[in-house]
Write a protein that binds this ligand. Structure first.
Ligand code: C2E
Ligand code: CA
Ligand code: CA
Ligand code: CA
Length: 278
């Protein structure tokens, strides 16, 4: 589909023109986003479900463009993947995220993990594992404090390379998690052969846990399955107190969502951190 993409521009129909031009314009803007310092990370706490205490932080990318305003990742990550721009952008994210974790350690004296989203294209880039190791070494961050989040889409390709890279990162002590767990239409067998540490239950299941008995059953089943495989579980999209009681009762290790905090710009996050430390 990618090689077709290019030639498609050569014979677009009038209806396509507008869409393609929007896309081309966005692409040329995204190309310059890094050098113009238009990208920034927001940080969202991941807490221990039992205590509500901070455990780790997920880095979430934002793009602030003068012409387009604040652009959310769902609008530009796919484009970044298609164009390969995700490689330099992803390296920047990793670097910023690791530096932030080192700063929080200096401020709080505590080990606070940092979770970084990695898209399939980025993960399959031959330079990826080395870039991760180099970044950790340059920042002086312990590998166990970095968690890389990948989706089941990545595992679906079932390639030897993917398995190899996962094992390499695992051996280096980096943590690995399955993001959006339950949405990938994937067989579960990969969980026993790949070195994952954590499952993140997709927010679509967590959101209706108090309203839909089926969702409650699914969440319980995922927690039990994960624990019996030696994996930890994070519930995503926790917005209400009632959900926290349910998750506590079911033994969900960690929680993340607006109930605890929205993703915050670094300054705001550090304020949150200070008030959380008291
Ligand atoms: P994700 O990794 O599943 O991230 C969680 C998304 O849920 C975030 O959306 C977050 O803001 C949102 N969220 C957190 N708590 C709640 C809640 O309580 N309720 C609801 N309704 N939503 C909540 P965001 O920041 O728009 O990111 C969207 C997706 O973009 C992410 O989904 C991730 O797949 C991707 N993404 C974000 N940053 C990066 C990045 O640096 N690299 C790559 N490759 N992908 C990224
Ligand atoms: Ca994620
Ligand atoms: Ca591991
Ligand atoms: Ca997710």
């Amino acid at each position: 589909a990618k090689s077709k993409g290019k030639s498609a521009y050569a014979h677009f129909t009038p209806e396509m023109t507008e869409v393609s031009q929007d896309r081309l314009q966005m692409e040329s803007r995204l190309r310059r986003a890094l050098e113009l310092k238009e990208l920034e990370l927001n940080f969202q706490p991941i807490v221990h479900t039992d205590s509500g205490n901070l455990c780790a932080v997920e880095a979430l990318l934002r793009w602030r463009n003068p012409a387009m305003g604040l652009v959310m990742p769902d609008r530009f990550i796919p484009l970044a993947e298609d164009t390969g721009l995700i490689i330099p952008i992803g390296e920047w994210v990793l670097e910023q995220a690791c530096q932030a974790a080192v700063r929080w350690k200096a401020v709080t004296g505590r080990d606070i993990g940092i979770s970084v989203n990695v898209s399939p294209r980025q993960f399959r880039d031959p330079g990826f594992p080395d870039a991760v190791m180099r970044t950790l070494a340059d920042c002086g961050l312990a590998p166990a404090l970095l968690e890389l989040e990948v989706t089941e889409r990545l595992i679906l390709d079932n390639s030897i390379e993917t398995a190899e890279i996962l094992r390499r990162l695992d051996r280096a002590g980096v943590r690995l998690s399955v993001d959006d767990f339950g949405t990938g239409y994937s067989a579960l067998s990969y969980l026993k052969s790949y070195p994952f540490d954590t499952l993140k239950i997709d927010k679509s299941f967590v959101q209706d846990v108090m309203k839909e008995p089926e969702d409650a059953s699914l969440v319980k089943a995922i927690i039990n399955m994960a624990h019996s495989l030696g994996l930890r579980v994070i519930a995503e999209g926790v917005e209400e107190e009632a959900q926290t009681h349910f998750l506590k009762q079911e033994g969900c290790d960690f929680s993340q969502g607006y109930f605890y905090s929205r993703p915050l710009p670094h300054q705001k996050f550090e304020e949150w951190l200070e008030s959380n430390e008291r």
